[in-house]
Ligand binder design. Sequence first.
Ligand SMILES: [Zn+2]
Length: 259
Amino acid sequence: MASFNPALVPADHVSAHRYIHVVGSSVFVDDRPADDGWPVHFLGMLDDEACWGVDVPLGEDPSYGASTDLYSYYGRATEPEWVVAGRAVQLVEWGRTHRFCGRCGTPTESQQHERAMKCPSCGLLAFPRLAPAMITLVTRGEGDEQEALLARGVQFRIPMYSTLAGFVEPGESLEGAVIREVKEEVGINVRNVRYFGSQPWPFPHSLMVGFIAEWESGDIVCDPTEIVDAQWFRRDDLPPIPPPISISRRLIDHWLHGH
Ligand SMILES: [Zn+2]
């Protein structure tokens, strides 16, 4: 499978071009830009294919309705192609929302040598937004009797149970966020917080950082503003779980099938 490397400028050898047109927050991929006058952001190299994000102006649609939202695009593209599309949407949206300096209101200019918008008047730099969020599978007990805590969030559109997740606060460590969010959402205390893996999550600009933690004390008490229901589930008695797009599913699969 091809691998994607983010970059500021194309590599020396380019065999083809991939233009990811960002229509609203949906994508339409073509091997040429639909309009040479629209702003483009270089994204990086997918092997020796140069990838570009095209900022399609409001009201235009070069796909004639065939563009796909990122969530649906997953599964229709390879994992690296999906990651590139997510990067396109994030960088285009960042460009759209950082056209003026947040401090003095002067129009910004994109920087040559780093991914940043700079104010020519006061010098303020704006970098692409990335919001780290932690996601954690909490276990209780050992062996075949071991259970995992899964919860149904208030915003879930389908009735499934997932691992707990939440944004990291300024001034907080990832491990601290795990302990705080689990306590806030379901009222229990956890220990032994271990890193699992991470995943870009372009909805709209998160980085999901996965952890596994152990129950330490406390009974489940849900925060009704965030959680509809949370329960301990054994491996042989699981509820509906998230689709493969999410790191939550990877955490649950890892727990189900061991190492
Ligand atoms: Zn300024």
